[in-house]
Design a protein around this ligand. Structure first.
Ligand code: KIV
Length: 278
């Protein structure tokens, strides 16, 4: 019997000083293999806008796409906690529409949602979602949906004051009910300080070694997405070459007549005799 990863599992890991793993996934089979490998959390990140759909920023997708990909991932997962990103504009307008969108992602099979940024409005959204039975991960530091306001891919929390400011935001979100704080592109000393001063676990996305968990985009770590590689990504595979080499060999085999072979076709005996006898 598979034991599902829950909010309690992750809090226990934080309390015992251990670490958990998270990877993104956007489709059924990748999610299935990542789950079978023992990764604790699977994020249907809005990074899918870039690595799957080819947009140049994550804020270019909406709820429609997120629901399709969340359903596909949830169908492949048994053990890991499935987290769906709340896309740009899905929680900014007002609290009721934010809660409705979060609940829809849960109905699609997510076990939790992730919300980027900090403001009084976002704290209220986190509170109302948590009260409605939707566990929320609050995403601070570099928040890609705010790319235009942040002015580029910039490291956040670089000074002590900036670190204290992120910690204050994290505490407000924790008090509103966020069960994890995700820190993106934050120096590891800052992330360590924030982690040590929170009750809930933290997840690092380029925030060093001292957070409770780690997340990276699977297409980056598998070497499939090659438009750019952030400093904090470690490549565990070279899927770009695997796909290129396989496609090249297939193309050659089709054009030379080597594919399909006799073993790879269906037979029709009557007509076969016709050709044999002629
Ligand atoms: O969308 C995403 O994949 C993310 C991670 C990079 C944290 O938000």
């Amino acid at each position: 019997m598979i034991k599902k990863v829950t909010v309690n599992t992750l809090q226990k890991i934080k309390d015992s000083g251990e670490h958990f793993s998270m990877l993104t996934a956007y489709d059924y089979s990748t999610a299935k293999y990542i789950d079978e490998a023992g990764v604790d959390m699977i994020l249907v990140g809005d990074s899918l806008a870039m690595v799957i759909l080819g947009y140049d920023a994550t804020y270019k997708i909406g709820m429609e796409e997120m629901t399709i990909f969340t359903k596909a991932v949830a169908r492949g997962v048994n053990r890991a906690m499935v987290v769906a990103d709340m896309p740009f504009m899905s929680y900014h307008i007002d609290v009721p529409s934010a809660v409705t969108n979060a609940c829809n992602l849960i109905k699609c099979g997510a076990n939790a949602v992730k919300i980027e940024g900090y403001s009084d409005h976002i704290v209220e959204v986190v509170k109302r979602c948590s009260e409605s039975g939707v566990p929320v991960i609050a995403h601070l530091g570099f928040t890609p949906q705010f790319l235009n306001s942040l002015g580029g891919y910039t490291i956040q929390g670089k000074s002590a004051d900036a670190t204290y400011a992120i910690l204050e935001q994290a505490k407000a979100l924790q008090n509103a009910g966020a069960f994890i704080i995700l820190l993106e592109m934050v120096p590891e000393e800052s992330a360590k300080y924030i982690t040590e001063n929170l009750k809930v676990p933290t997840i690092s996305c380029g925030a060093g070694r001292y957070c409770t968990g780690q997340v990276i985009v699977s297409d980056d770590m598998l070497g499939k997405y090659s438009d750019f590689k952030p400093k904090f990504v470690r490549r565990y595979a070279d899927l770009k070459s695997v796909i290129y080499d396989a496609a090249k060999r297939y193309d050659e085999d089709v054009k030379s007549g080597a594919f399909p072979s006799d073993d790879e076709v269906y037979k029709q005996e009557e007509l076969r005799q016709l050709y044999v006898n002629s």
